[in-house]
Each structure stands twice: as structure tokens, then as C-alpha cells.
Design a protein around this ligand. Structure first.
Ligand code: ATP
Ligand code: MG
Length: 339
């Protein structure tokens, strides 16, 4: 197994440690990571520096969540023997790469990134927009290329980031005169982006519309009960709308029985199927999904020292890899050599 490890495609992905991971992370990215870790060489980055780009005033939150997100990874089935988990702030080569890449992207291009545009609006930054926030796609390009990643499993909101990374890679490669860095590809699941339980476009840690992977049975029950459906569907006998109905979106994302879901949709549209019934079905599916995750989390949480050791070992390994890439880029871009 170890001899062909070198030829496996490389995955780099990660999360901002700003809060517990939720079902959106699971459907958008984590599920793919668990599935691919034995066929790819996988690195996961706890992006604490990136989290500071809009949380510089609350570093304690970011610091605390590094361990929490690591626990979520392990609970969801990330195997530290197969996947390297590293802490971004302990990898200075990534910061150096990002610094160099800033010269290969224009401010106008950064301002055109649709995800950044939406996030700036959502956070109401105005002229107080932190420069680090505007530039975080460049830092992400450094993360991805620092590991020479080929594949990046992400949710739909991250597609513009990968496009921007590819542009930077092409420019750096052109300047280097060779294909030094691979062009990464985004791996986006069919669900694309999981909406919040309130029907908002995205389930997100920062907006309180999420079901965390660490949710209790009761939390899940309550969240499903509160879930946005079709406001026009008042009685079970009324015909209901499936589009924009969060319960059906979640059934599409989490049920293994596509035919059964299609059947439910027909009955709901026709009238005669109540919200409580569909919600009951969804709740059962979610409880079954989260139960083993919760159990594993509780096991790992008993020994935080062991989780820190996993992060330390992963970060050491990641440091070597990212420093090697940094050396290559530095020399390819023609910086001074200390011969
Ligand atoms: P924050 O609100 O702090 O930005 P977040 O919930 O957006 O947090 P991130 O850490 O920014 O989470 O995203 C980590 C990964 O999870 C990314 O690949 C992102 O695309 C994916 N992801 C996050 N939320 C969703 C969602 N609702 N549906 C699908 N994928 C998601
Ligand atoms: Mg985000």
C-alpha cells in the first residue's frame, strides 16, 4: 500500500475553526473526504489564520475551535492514519507563499470574486473591510498549492476560490517557465450547498441556522420541527411545494432511497401528505446519521491529549511538505540565492 501512496492524487481541504461543523459541512465536503482518504493522499487544514480575517477581535473563539473541529473530523470518520491533519498557523511557509502570490493577482480581480462579494455584504464591512479578508482567496491558493493538491473537495460557495487559485497557478507557472504547481480541481457534490433550517441559502456556523454534527437527539428533533417547509401548505390535504422546501432538500441530501423520496414528493405535491409525516421521516434519517458521529466524538473527547498529539504529528509532516514547495517557488520566481 505504501509504495503506491506516492502516485495517489493529493487532496487539500480544510475548515475555518469558527464553530462546530454542521450537516452542511458533512454534505458539502466531509462525506467526500471520508470516502476519498484511502484512495488519495489527503491533508486537512485547520485554517485558524484564515478565521482571523473576520475574527481578529476574538482569537479565543478561533483557538478553542481548533480542537473542536479536529474532534468533529475524527468523529465523522477521518482516520488520522490515512489523513494528515495540520494547523495552519504553525505552517509559516504558507504565509510566505501567500505573500508572493499577492503579486500575481489584482485588487480588481479580488473584488470580483462573487463569494467574497456576498460575504462582504453579509458582514456589512463597508470601508472597514479587513485587507486580509479581501485577500483570503490568495491565502487559500497558498494552502492548496503548498501541498501541490490536485483535488479540493468543497461546497459550491468555494468554486470561485478554486478558479482564482487556478489563475494564480497559471501565472506562477508561466513566470517559472515550467509546470511547477498542479492546477487543482474542485470536487463539488450534487447537493452543492445545503440551506439552513430557516430556508436561508446556506447553512452556516455564523448564522445560527445549522444542525451541528455534535447535536443531541433532542436538538435534532427540535431543529427538524422548526424546519422551513411550504408556508402555503396549511393542511395535510393541501397540495404542497417541494421547491425551496428545506425538508425535501435535506431528504435529497441525506436519504439513500432516491425512489422513496421521489414518491414522497409526488404525494406532497398532490396533497394528502402532512409536514409532520415528512419531518418524522427526515428526523429518523438524521438521527441515524448523527448517532455514530456523536458516539465517536464522545470517545475522542475523553482524551484531548491524544487529539493534540494527532495535530502535532500532522502539522510536523505538513511543515516539511509546505517548506519544500516554498523553496521551489522561491527559487523558480528568481529570488536571491544564498549559494
Ligand atoms: P463561516 O460562517 O465561519 O464561514 P462556514 O459554515 O461557511 O463557516 P467554512 O469553514 O467557511 O464554513 O467552510 C468549510 C467547508 O464547508 C467549505 O468547503 C464550504 O464550501 C463547506 N460548506 C460550509 N457550509 C456549507 C453548506 N451549507 N453546504 C455545503 N457546503 C458547505
Ligand atoms: Mg465560510
Amino acid at each position: 500500500m505504501s509504495e503506491n501512496l506516492e502516485t495517489r492524487p493529493v487532496i487539500l481541504t480544510g475548515d475555518r475553526p469558527t464553530g462546530p461543523l454542521h450537516l452542511g459541512h458533512y454534505a458539502g465536503s466531509l462525506k467526500n473526504r471520508v470516502a476519498l482518504q484511502h484512495t488519495h493522499k489527503q491533508y486537512l487544514l485547520l485554517a485558524d489564520c484564515q478565521a482571523l480575517t473576520d475574527n481578529a477581535g476574538d482569537p479565543e473563539k478561533v483557538r478553542r475551535n481548533v480542537l473542536e473541529v479536529a474532534l468533529d473530523y475524527l468523529a465523522a470518520g477521518i482516520d488520522p492514519e490515512a489523513t494528515t491533519i495540520a494547523v495552519q498557523s504553525a505552517l509559516p511557509a504558507l504565509a510566505e507563499l501567500g505573500q508572493l502570490y499577492l503579486n500575481f493577482v489584482s485588487v480588481a480581480r479580488l473584488e470580483r470574486n462573487p463569494t467574497i462579494k456576498a460575504e462582504i455584504r453579509q458582514r456589512g464591512f463597508g470601508r472597514e473591510l479587513p485587507a486580509g479578508f479581501l485577500c483570503y482567496p490568495v491565502a487559500q491558493a497558498a494552502d492548496i498549492t503548498g501541498f501541490k493538491a490536485n483535488v479540493v473537495p468543497v461546497g459550491e460557495d468555494q468554486i470561485p476560490m478554486i478558479e482564482q487559485t487556478v489563475e494564480i497557478v497559471r501565472r506562477v507557472n508561466r513566470q517559472s517557465g515550467r509546470a511547477l504547481l498542479p492546477e487543482p480541481e474542485a470536487l463539488v457534490p450534487p447537493v452543492g450547498r445545503l440551506p439552513g433550517i430557516d430556508g436561508a441559502a446556506k447553512m452556516s456556523k455564523s448564522t445560527g441556522n445549522a444542525i451541528p454534527l455534535s447535536a443531541s437527539q433532542e436538538d435534532i428533533r427540535q431543529a427538524v420541527r422548526r424546519m422551513y417547509t411550504d408556508p402555503g401548505h396549511l393542511r395535510a390535504s393541501d397540495p404542497g411545494k417541494v421547491e425551496g422546501n428545506v425538508v425535501f432538500t435535506y431528504l435529497d441530501a441525506f436519504s439513500d432511497d432516491a425512489e422513496g423520496v421521489a414518491e414522497l414528493k409526488v404525494r406532497y405535491r398532490r396533497g394528502g401528505l402532512g409536514d409532520m409525516k415528512v419531518k418524522g421521516h427526515l428526523e429518523e434519517i438524521l438521527q441515524r446519521l448523527v448517532w455514530p458521529i456523536r458516539q465517536r466524538r464522545a470517545e475522542f473527547a475523553k482524551d484531548p491529549g491524544e487529539v493534540v498529539s494527532i495535530l502535532r504529528a500532522g502539522t510536523e509532516k505538513a511543515r516539511e511538505i509546505t517548506e519544500a514547495t516554498m523553496e521551489e517557488v522561491r527559487s523558480a520566481l528568481g529570488l536571491f540565492r544564498w549559494a
